[in-house]
Design a protein. Structure first.
Length: 146
């Protein structure tokens, strides 16, 4: 990911004195890289001094979102961004998939898939998805207080 590139849409200009920290990485969209994404997330959040509970929740969310990108899209790679701003931590994962519908939260116990998003929904303050503006793919993001 290029420096300064963000997966999260810019909603407003940064105020003078606002402290925004960003960190991103890109990995191959293969199952063996899910643990690497978790480890990179934990290492960076530890470096930023984020508390252990928030760090563990963020790592779990990254794991779920990356797993979805690996299993349910035709991506060759995925990108992940961590953004710490104003007491909120936002995790975003971008894939290259071309599915007709985005990720869906499922509620039935009989559904084999979708439990990861239920977990993301439970652990985060907010979460959502959007299509990539300049090509195929989707960004799924989750926010939590830190």
């Amino acid at each position: 990911m290029a420096p300064g590139n963000t997966l999260v849409p810019r909603l407003m200009d940064r105020c003078r004195g606002a402290d925004i920290r960003r960190y991103g990485f890109e990995l191959p969209a293969r199952a063996e890289y899910v643990s690497r994404a978790r480890r990179l997330t934990c290492d960076q959040l530890n470096h930023w001094g984020i508390d252990e509970d928030t760090r563990d929740i963020a790592a779990l969310i990254v794991s779920e979102l990356v797993t979805n990108a690996v299993l349910h899209t035709a991506s060759e790679h995925f990108a992940c961004e961590l953004r710490d701003s104003d007491g909120r931590l936002r995790v975003a994962v971008q894939d290259q998939g071309q599915r007709p519908m985005g990720p869906r939260l499922r509620h039935g116990a009989e559904d084999e898939y979708g439990r990861g998003l239920q977990l993301v929904d439970t652990l985060s303050s907010f979460w959502g998805t959007r299509d990539v503006e300049d090509g195929p793919g989707r960004v799924v993001w989750a926010e939590l207080p830190c």
